[in-house]
Design a protein around this ligand. Structure first.
Ligand code: HEM
Ligand SMILES: *[C@@H]1O[C@H](CO)[C@@H](O)[C@H](O)[C@H]1NC(C)=O
Ligand SMILES: *[C@@H]1O[C@H](CO)[C@@H](O)[C@H](O)[C@H]1NC(C)=O
Ligand SMILES: *[C@@H]1O[C@H](CO)[C@@H](O)[C@H](O)[C@H]1NC(C)=O
Length: 320
């Protein structure tokens, strides 16, 4: 009886939570939309496996700022700055993949599929290609009309778990959902400049870091006296860096987290049990990750007649 009531409440609330977003939104208006995206992502992934990480970080930075409205894709113009110029975004990559997909979609169904949805679908497909979960994702987002670098306030890697959770809680996430989303750091890279503060060669070694990892990172990043040139990249997952699996959680439990926030996740009393759970059960991680991604993808979206369907993901239509 109780369970029945809960299910009923859930069924009534679902359409409110995802107002106007629905799985297969383009089934009638552009039946080939999801296939076009999937093929383009697959073609690129064969030679550029790093697109999974590029797209995941882009998805997070799009959805956390003004919701998932493609605002991250707008290029700066003379007299118009854009989110791309905010410090956390300057190293984002793979915008050309979104452009390629948009061009193909404009040919098949002009002015129909939003750039915001392209990013959502392409990321979903790239995660699956890297070994991650396969899931259906609701579509029907519209593209936003504002992209302001001053609005970009994604959490910093120097944050504590409770500081990071403050920004996720404000968006309606549970701690478990935040821990699952950070599992995206199972792929991709960071840069020496963001990790130096934890290394023995730049001052004091962070005691929470495995000394063997410290030695390895010192070889890549150099020292305060002789820093490596051009800010080298470092993999976030020290074992299976290109595979979307739960190895990230196992590595941080071995003190092999690279970013401060990653290491803290495994140590903090509030999150370490969740980390242990995901480290022990890869299927549970993937299920929780997919659900949290769908939720992240539904934040503050524009639907119906709001916003627009951009013709070029880098430019607002009226600027053409
Ligand atoms: C507390 C939350 C988070 C913090 C503080 C954080 C911080 C960072 C930092 C500092 C980097 C390295 C950037 C660089 O060196 O250029 C990074 C990379 C990355 N982040 Fe996060 N992140 C967070 C949450 C997320 C979430 C929720 C996702 C996706 C669901 C995500 C996906 C990624 C990916 C895939 C990369 C690698 C990008 C690449 O190699 O292209 N992160 N993150
Ligand atoms: C560009 O600037 C104009 C006014 O200067 C503003 O109305 C518009 O929203 C800006 N474009 C973006 C993408 O923010
Ligand atoms: C690397 O990952 C694989 C697959 O999860 C695991 O079997 C292995 O023990 C890991 N190795 C290390 C050194 O962590
Ligand atoms: C975790 O809890 C233990 C006691 O249960 C306490 O001694 C320790 O300082 C706590 N650690 C953190 C990082 O809060």
């Amino acid at each position: 009886m109780k369970i029945y009531n809960i299910i009923l409440v859930f069924l009534f609330l679902l359409p409110i939570a995802f107002a106007h977003l629905r799985v297969g939104f383009y089934r009638r208006s552009c039946p080939s939309a999801e296939t076009i995206v999937r093929r383009a992502v697959h073609r690129r992934f064969k030679h550029h496996r790093f697109i999974t990480a590029n797209l995941l970080q882009m998805y997070f930075h799009d959805c956390f700022v003004r919701g998932c409205d493609g605002s991250i894709l707008i290029d700066p113009r003379v007299g118009n700055a854009s989110e791309k110029q905010a410090p956390p975004n300057v190293k984002l990559d793979s915008f050309e993949l979104i452009d390629d997909i948009k061009r193909a979609l404009e040919k098949a169904c002009p002015s129909t599929v939003s750039c915001a949805d392209i990013l959502i679908l392409a990321t979903r497909d790239a995660v699956a290609l890297a070994g991650g979960p396969r899931y259906s994702v609701p579509t029907g987002r519209r593209d936003g009309l504002v992209s302001n670098p001053k609005e970009v306030n994604v959490p910093k890697s120097s944050f504590s778990v409770s500081q990071a959770f403050e920004s996720f809680k404000a968006k309606g996430f549970s701690l478990k959902e935040m821990v699952a989303l950070l599992g995206a750091h199972t792929v991709g890279f960071t840069h020496c400049s963001l990790v130096r503060g934890r290394l023995s060669s730049f001052g004091r070694r962070d005691p929470t870091m495995d000394p063997a990892l410290d030695a390895k990172l010192v070889r890549t990043c150099g020292s305060a006296r002789r820093p490596a040139r051009n800010d080298p990249q470092i993999v976030l997952d020290q074992n299976t860096s290109f595979v979307f699996d739960n190895e990230y959680y196992r590595q941080i439990r071995k003190r092999r987290g690279v970013l401060h926030i990653d290491q803290q996740l495994a140590l903090d009393n509030s999150s370490r049990r969740i980390v242990a759970g995901f480290a022990a059960n890869g299927e549970s991680f993937k299920r929780n990750f997919a659900n949290a991604m769908i939720k992240l993808g539904s934040l503050e979206v524009l639907v119906g007649k709001s916003g627009e369907i951009r013709k070029n993901c880098r430019v607002l239509n009226h600027h053409h």
